[in-house]
Design a protein around this ligand. Structure first.
Ligand SMILES: O=c1ccn([C@H]2C[C@H](O)[C@@H](COP(=O)(O)OP(=O)(O)OP(=O)(O)O)O2)c(=O)[nH]1
Length: 238
């Protein structure tokens, strides 16, 4: 009888504790909890920036001694992230997405230069010269399989732009998730000297980002807004 009473007290105590936890969860924590349930895997207590902290690179998570890194390669999971973004929910940003890279002899896998870099640097796979005022298509010998729900953006490197006037002409260039061809960089020399590129030089950067596709909703009239049709400097400079 006494034992039953002790067990009952313990069970009720545990129940109360859980309820208190629920009650005091922050908005972010409860979003995190909801997300855990959606993907059917617990992210609770996992540190952010797992990749940077463990010093493992993209696509190398199998090397993680913890084995608890969440893979968002499964497109249904990626869609959940995108869905949550579209609904403006407070979601946990995945620490990384897995991107398949077709291995090629002699090609260096683009890496993040620092632990919090936004982009990986793309290297030219050929020696090239871009004459003043001309455009060139630089090959990288890199082909990727980006998970659905994401894209990659080819952007200029600020150093090349500032010191040499060499920019990515279509920045940000769009690499679609279903593109399997070689990533190429459209460079323009806006400087006043011909620009020499050697094979292996870092010529641009690739930033991965979530994308949301739309569905058109045809209406008679758009809702009014504070801005209305004002744009192109309508709010002035000062
Ligand atoms: O700077 C870039 C831009 C694009 N691409 C590749 C990947 C991308 O998925 C594909 C198509 O790009 P985009 O849609 O910008 O080109 P488009 O001119 O609209 O061509 P397409 O008719 O093939 O879509 O070309 C690059 O390699 N580098």
């Amino acid at each position: 009888m006494e034992l039953a009473l002790v067990i009952l007290v313990l069970v009720v105590g545990q129940l109360l504790l859980q309820m208190m936890k629920w009650f005091y969860m922050t908005k972010r924590a409860s979003a995190k909890y909801k997300f855990d349930r959606k993907i059917g895997q617990s992210l609770w207590g996992l540190k952010k920036n797992i990749v940077a902290k463990r010093g493992i690179g993209i696509g190398e998570h199998s090397k993680s001694p913890h084995g608890d890194v969440v893979s968002l390669k499964d497109s249904s999971k990626n869609l959940l992230v995108v869905e949550a973004l579209a609904k403006n929910e407070d979601i946990i940003t995945p620490d990384y997405i897995e991107v398949d890279w077709e291995k090629k002899e002699d090609v260096i896998l683009p890496e993040y230069e620092t632990s919090m870099s936004s982009g990986v640097d793309l290297r030219s796979s050929e020696d090239l010269v871009i004459a003043v005022d001309s455009i060139c298509l630089a090959p990288t010998s890199i082909a990727l399989e980006i998970p659905s729900g994401f894209e990659a953006q080819v952007r200029s490197r600020s150093g090349l732009a500032l010191k040499n006037g060499v920019v990515v002409l279509n920045s940000p260039g769009t690499i679609d998730a279903d593109y399997r061809g070689e990533i190429k960089v459209i460079l323009k020399n806006l400087g006043n000297k011909d620009f020499k590129i050697l094979k292996g030089d870092r010529i641009a950067q690739l930033v991965f980002a979530p994308v949301v596709q739309i569905k058109w909703d045809v209406v008679e009239k758009l809702d009014n807004s504070e801005r209305g049709s004002g744009g192109f400097g309508s709010t002035g400079i000062k």
